[in-house]
Design a protein around this ligand. Sequence first.
Ligand code: HEC
Length: 321
Amino acid sequence: MIKAFASAVFALAVLTGTAQAESWSLSSDDSKISFGSVKKGTVGEVHHFGAVSGKVAADGAVKIEIDVASVETWIDIRNERMLNWVFDAVQFPNAIITTQLDMKKLEALKAGDTMTMDVTANLSLAGQSGDIEASLFVARLSDGKVLVTSDELLMLNVADFGLTDGVEKLREAAKLSSIAQAAPISLRLVFTADEKSAAVSPAVVPAGLKVSAVAAAATVAGDPAAGAKAFRRCKACHEATSEKNKVGPHLVGVVGRAAGSIEGYNYSKAMASTAIVWTPEALGEFLKNPKEYVPGTKMVAKLKKQKDIDDIIAYLAEGAK
Ligand code: HEC
């Protein structure tokens, strides 16, 4: 579960030509993990953890820590019993969730867009660990903010984490006829991008990618109407107004998109594995000489005139209108 947020802030890079986040942090104030319990077969109650923190590293590794002592069941004695008997909080003060994200997918998500994703996460709780399958709903609120919620309720089986005895103790102490052995869990996680000064880590910066204000200005100077005409040279292989792949992948929303990210299109190995994000600058370099910028690419079309390059980028950036 809990994966998701992520990604380079390419949209920001498009706008400013500078900063690109490489890692994300959980905004503890905006985040909440809740779980439910059902006692006596009919009485449902909702509890939550107040202290949750976490990080998504640049390579997509996610780690979320729940301070189990922050459990809130709205009854003091119950909080205490849960901590001692169920979570064994003295010995295991944190529940830890880890998972690995496909950053490319997340990088391709633009501000205002949403998607669902299925993940397998490892949960370590009270000294036991196990995998949980989760369907998540991911919304990119802005360039630097991502909301992740559970798309469906997650069900945690008490027995899978060795919590059966603790729950049984709770039941006896509270003189209840039963406590359900499955607990529904819901998530609300908000991640914010960590600022970083370098555009991309050196390992993935292709030679020639220089994010410069001059290049950005040149891009802005492009004429989209002229670009629409110049784009005729690309049309044999690319659609820019509908999400249809031809010889090349469709270019709808390509500005700000992660390279090699259109699902169902058969990219070259080189394009599929590059970490490039199609900022105006990166597109400019690519269109000048695709093979030099992405060695091994299948794309051969070159543009000689800087004006054509600028115009086409302006056209694509405006949604190919
Ligand atoms: C003869 C066919 C052909 C023409 C003409 C062509 N392209 Fe391509 N283009 C491709 C192919 C094939 C790929 C996939 C490259 C790969 O997988 O290495 C591609 C990839 C791209 C990508 C990367 C897309 C992605 O999803 O990462 C961009 C951007 C692009 N082309 C822009 C253009 C532009 C702009 C023009 C016109 C100036 C153009 N192409 C002309 C065949 C073509």
